[in-house]
Write a protein that binds this ligand. Structure first.
Ligand code: ADP
Ligand code: MG
Length: 611
């Protein structure tokens, strides 16, 4: 008798592995989009045909691959993300197992076009059923485009297993939504059979939720209560719906370290926080993000599995319950809810938008007032309403608000154009009190808004966005300025030049601890540049050694404080209205980044008691 064991050829092994990772079009989409995010793309475009059966195309503007890497990427266990087993416990990328591409290429016809910024020519690779068909140099834009065609073309049993197009498309959108909710700063588009279903401009978390789950007048989005807690064990942030937003089938999402998860046990904690606040059949929406040391959760889980084991579940359970409870108990005093129901800014209706010029909306009245807003630019690539959304999310809020679905509202525009404001503002009055507080009436009381703190909050969030998106607008200085620092400060400044560049400072080393400032962030051209740089160097010094995000936060705060309005000037109705409109679309309108109160609500009862 001779030996009977032999090794499976690669293509067979890959196909078997693919059975685990790639179950349906949605799994392909998830892997490709996660790879694009890991490649630091800022914009990700998705094109689908026949619910992904015929084509799943993902185009990113990330860092691309060299020709060798592009070929290697399709090998099993080929990854750029970990080198040794220990790395598994310190993982911050979405993928790491290095098996997605190999699996996809085993069960589909795959083409990739990829180019790194530094390469003149890109690479084209075609692989089907694990066989390399073609590799050649091509002209292509920076980034990577994956075309996955005829999924399961060589696995008829799998192909038969796929559900109807409606079901598969729904699953694709579900998978997409779970990623888009984590990366509001990225631009996503999604097309199905030539129809654009989604076009999500970069924004903040609250508005991304609104983009993905439109409701009438953005009622749901407005009534989201921010939650936040940080402890050595875990950080929890996100939004929970005010009790009034509870519906039969609410959208509920948990994420851990940027990854969607199901967690029935933690779900109970959230539900318990609502005890007595919502009736039995209804549940509130929530979007809750956990950040935790990757070593304390089980990372080596199956890639398609969404249930995650935490080391300290009971403790986190209690923290979660307390956080949600506390935020809800404060929420009746949450002014953004009050404000939006009867306040000055209505989100523009579809009708109003149609009549709006599609080109660049007018610039603000007073440039010093809102120096580097770049939303207007974004709102010009304004999106069509998410078509087919009704059928995809038909149960969302159905019982509650049928008409919202018949007249889907558009994703919020943070920034209404001046014409719109004029239309909407009629009959609404604000009072500027002691040049410091804006008084605005709401449904259940009178709000006092500290104008300067409000402005700091707005600017802070804008700067943060620019830092994350690396897209600050710069204004060239007519007369470049020189600054000489001591050695230590010069070294420090050197290290943060890229961050400063990201917000619009054009600063270059000029030899011997001297720097030349050629440009400043748009809106700062009238402020002296040198003190500004000195202030930033100080900020960096105080925050030395902090992680990038923390450093970004302190840079953003410094700039926001430097640019915020002074209280020495009066404000027009338009300006107040605009300020409040922007404030209440902020991620956290209630407190400044330093934790100071921005809005105080004097409730109707409190006022009446006084009489
Ligand atoms: P993993 O993501 O687990 O590392 P994959 O099979 O998904 O494994 O990808 C293999 C490798 O291919 C990645 O580690 C990465 O280096 C490279 N890669 C995949 N997609 C992209 C992309 N869109 N842009 C740049 N590199 C990519
Ligand atoms: Mg991957």
């Amino acid at each position: 008798m001779h030996d009977i064991i032999h090794l499976l050829p690669d293509n067979v092994a890959n196909q078997i592995a693919a059975g685990e990772v790639i179950q349906r079009p949605a799994s392909v989409l998830k892997e490709l989009v996660e790879n694009a995010i890991d490649a630091e793309a800022l914009s990700i475009q998705i094109f689908l045909k026949d619910a992904g059966r015929t084509l799943i195309q993902v185009v990113d503007n990330g860092k691309g691959m060299s020709d060798t890497d592009a070929r290697l990427a399709f090998e099993r266990h080929a990854t750029s993300k970990i080198k040794e087993a220990a790395d598994l416990f310190a993982l911050h990328t979405m993928g790491f197992r290095g098996e997605a591409l190999a699996s996809i290429a085993a069960v589909a016809q795959v083409e990739v076009h990829t180019r790194r910024e530094s390469d003149e020519l890109g690479t084209l690779i075609a692989i089907s059923g694990s066989q390399l068909d073609l590799q050649e140099a091509v002209n292509c834009p920076k980034g990577t485009a994956f075309f996955v065609k005829n999924l399961f073309f060589n696995v008829p049993a799998r192909r038969k297993f796929l559900k109807s197009n409606d079901t598969e498309l729904r699953q694709l959108i579900v998978e997409f939504t779970r990623i888009a909710l984590v990366y509001p700063q990225l631009h996503f588009t999604l097309q199905h059979n030539e129809t654009e279903l989604l076009n999500l401009a970069p924004t903040n978390h609250r508005q991304r939720i609104g983009q993905l789950f439109p409701s009438r007048n953005n009622a749901m989005q407005r009534q989201l209560v921010p939650i936040e807690t940080h402890s050595s064990m875990v950080s929890i942030s996100g939004y929970v719906g005010a009790p009034e937003t509870a519906v039969r089938n609410a959208n509920q999402f948990f994420f851990v370290n940027g990854r969607y998860m199901r967690h029935p046990y933690f779900h109970k904690a959230v539900m318990q926080a609502y005890e007595g606040l919502v009736s039995n059949q209804l549940t509130p929406p929530y979007f809750i993000y956990f950040e935790i040391d990757p070593a304390s959760i089980d990372v080596n889980i199956h890639p398609t599995k969404t249930e995650i084991k935490f080391e300290q579940e009971p403790a986190i359970w209690s923290i979660l319950l307390a956080t949600v409870k506390e935020s809800l108990s404060k929420s009746h005093a949450i002014p953004s809810i009050e404000f939006d129901q009867e306040g000055a800014i209505d989100i523009p209706t579809m009708h109003a938008l149609k009549n709006m010029p599609q080109s660049q909306p007018k610039v603000n009245l007073n440039p010093a007032y809102n120096p580097f807003d770049n939303y207007s630019e974004r709102s010009s690539n304004y999106q069509r309403p998410p078509m087919n959304w009704e059928s995809l999310y038909h149960d969302f809020e159905k019982s509650k608000d049928q008409s919202a679905l018949e007249h889907p509202t558009l994703p919020t525009m943070e920034h209404t154009s001046q014409e719109l404001l004029d239309e909407e503002r009629e009959g609404k009055n604000y009072l500027l009190y002691k040049n410091r507080f804006i008084l605005a009436g709401g449904k259940s009381g009178l709000m006092f808004i500290d104008r300067q703190r409000a402005h700091v909050r707005i600017l802070f969030e804008q700067w943060m966005r620019q830092l994350r998106e690396r897209r600050g607008l710069s204004q060239q200085l007519l007369f470049p300025e020189m600054i000489t620092l001591n050695v230590a400060d010069a070294l420090l400044l050197e290290t943060v030049l890229p961050e400063l560049h990201d917000v619009g400072f054009e600063v270059a080393a000029f030899g011997k601890n001297t720097f030349v400032v050629n440009g400043v962030p748009a809106g700062f051209e009238n402020k002296p540049a040198i003190p500004m740089i000195e202030l930033l160097v100080d900020t960096v010094k105080q925050n030395k050694g902090k992680m990038k995000e923390a450093l970004n936060e302190s840079i953003a705060l410094t700039l926001a404080k430097a640019a915020a309005v002074d209280n020495d000037r009066t404000m027009t109705q338009d300006e107040m209205s605009q300020l409040l409109g922007q404030l209440f679309t902020c991620e956290n309108p209630n407190i400044t980044p330093e934790g100071k109160q921005i809005v105080v609500l004097l409730t109707n009862e409190e006022i009446e008691k006084k009489f």
